[in-house]
Design a protein around this ligand. Structure first.
Ligand SMILES: [Zn+2]
Length: 472
């Protein structure tokens, strides 16, 4: 028997590494015990564990990821006995007395994340482990790294993961480096927005402070469940031990009673790379492939060409109760209602690296279209085609270069961006084309050289073609 399986074991070792330590050998033996032929067992194991595994860092972790590989140092590890009961099913086939849940913190050079494992780990605090077929779950609004039945964990003896003392040091992070899974965050930031509100938490009125934090690299929303005396818009603060929670896919900094908040002294804040004004400025545009690769991003900018205007753009009717878009004066939830007129534009913006679906609410739609809702209504009434406004939008906007600022979120249908601000970027593509034509000596018509349709557009919008105008 051993002679028969030896080549298969060799092949598995070549493909998957140390099969003894990772428990693959045990899986293989289990299949043989069920009288599965060795070559079939080998194929099964390769299929199960040998699939291409994306290698991720802690910073890359978002909700509901599957089948990735991650390597990190164990910062904390504990175990608790879980009695098998409804809702909690330990790994199938675990031996008696081993229905333990191992929980802890795993860290690499990009951050730290809490994890849970039904398996005993081949390492303890301070050791580096590598997990294949890991996945993430949302647990109490936080991202948790999960080690399950199909995960393979091995101890890594020599690795480039920083030492325990370096990782425990909890270095201050720039806002852009804060990952959605970050277990504990230390950062220096300016309070850009701040609101107080009362919410019902477990039947009790509680005061909540929420707002936006920013530095020279980015911005993140925050929620404080404690009072923040002396802290207001414009304050520069040091935050230590904050949690990152995920709400509707968007990471936010949570300030709890265990979080330390201290104001940064004026003489100290002068040395920082940002101040209140600079942290609130328009962010530099990101590449769209980068935006699309992230789960969601708060307050980022992008520049691209409007390659298409999507149906559903133009004048719409909303339910006065819930704000849903309604058809034929009937809301899906509230039935027959008197709709409120609204205008929006949904468009695909493309920068060559990727594309995002952008929604422009009324105020921004009016600005980029150059027509108010009332003017658009006039057009709708004066034209026989019911798609008059949509067609007009398409003619007018397709191909234009725009910069947008807002929040993005990813779904199975693509990346959706809600614009909160829009402007014509300085290096408008139209301007660059004109410059090119000038150089080639092909532009003899006038000093602008923008094609007829675009010039018409410019006139109607009464905007200079050289852009730089903030439309928002
Ligand atoms: Zn409604």
């Amino acid at each position: 028997m051993d002679e028969k399986i030896a080549p298969h074991l060799e092949e598995l070792t070549r493909a998957l590494g140390d099969i003894e330590e990772t428990g693959i050998r045990a899986e293989f033996d289990k299949l043989l015990a069920y009288r599965v032929p060795p070559d079939v067992a080998k194929e099964t194991i390769l299929r199960k564990f040998g699939g291409k595994c994306k290698v991720l860092k802690v910073k890359d972790l978002s909700a509901n990821l599957k089948s990735f590989e991650i390597t990190g140092r164990i910062l904390d590890l504990g175990e608790k006995s879980i009695r098998p009961q409804n809702g909690i099913t330990p790994q199938e086939g675990v031996q008696e007395g081993s229905s333990k849940l191992y929980t802890g913190i795993l860290a690499d050079d990009t951050g730290s994340v809490s994890f849970s494992s039904w398996k005993e780990l081949p390492g303890s605090i301070g050791d580096v482990i590598s997990i294949r077929n890991a996945y993430t779950r949302i647990w109490q609004n936080r991202i948790r790294l999960s080690i399950g039945e199909h995960s393979l964990v091995s101890k890594v003896s020599d690795s480039s993961v920083p030492s325990l003392s370096e990782l425990s040091g909890n270095q201050a992070k720039k806002i852009i480096d804060i990952g959605a899974a970050d277990f504990s965050v230390k950062a220096v930031a300016s309070v850009l927005q701040l609101t107080h509100r009362e919410v019902l938490v477990k039947g009790r009125q509680s005061k909540v402070v929420s707002g936006v934090l920013g530095d020279e690299t980015g911005r993140l929303p925050f929620t404080a469940w404690i009072e923040l005396p002396g802290i207001d818009i414009g304050s520069i603060i040091l935050i230590e031990g904050a949690q990152i929670r995920v709400f509707r896919g968007m990471p936010s900094v949570n300030i709890l009673s265990s979080t330390r908040i201290s104001p940064v002294k004026p003489e100290e804040s002068e040395k920082l790379a940002f101040n209140f004004e600079s942290a609130g400025r328009d962010p530099l545009p990101l590449r769209m492939d980068e935006i699309s690769s992230r789960d969601s991003m708060f307050d980022v900018a992008a520049v691209g060409n409007l390659i298409s205007i999507r149906p559903g753009s133009g004048i719409i009717s909303r339910c006065p109760e819930c704000g849903r878009v309604i058809q034929k004066a009937s809301c899906r939830v509230h039935g027959k209602v008197e709709g409120i007129r609204d205008m929006r534009i949904k468009a695909v913006l493309d920068d060559g690296t990727g594309s995002i679906s952008v929604t422009f609410p009324r105020e921004l739609a009016e600005a980029i279209y150059g027509k108010t809702l009332e003017e658009a209504e006039q057009l709708m009434l004066s034209d026989v085609s019911k798609d008059a406004v949509y067609e007009d939008l398409r003619r007018f906007l397709t191909g234009r270069c725009l910069a947008v600022r807002g929040n993005s979120s990813k779904s199975e249908y693509g990346t959706f961006f809600t614009a909160e601000k829009v402007w014509v970027p300085d290096d408008d593509l139209a301007v660059r084309v004109v410059e090119l034509l000038h150089r080639l000596g092909q532009d003899e018509e006038d000093g602008q050289g923008i094609d007829a349709q675009d010039r018409d557009a410019q006139d109607r919008n009464s905007q200079p073609s050289n852009g730089g105008i903030d439309l928002a």
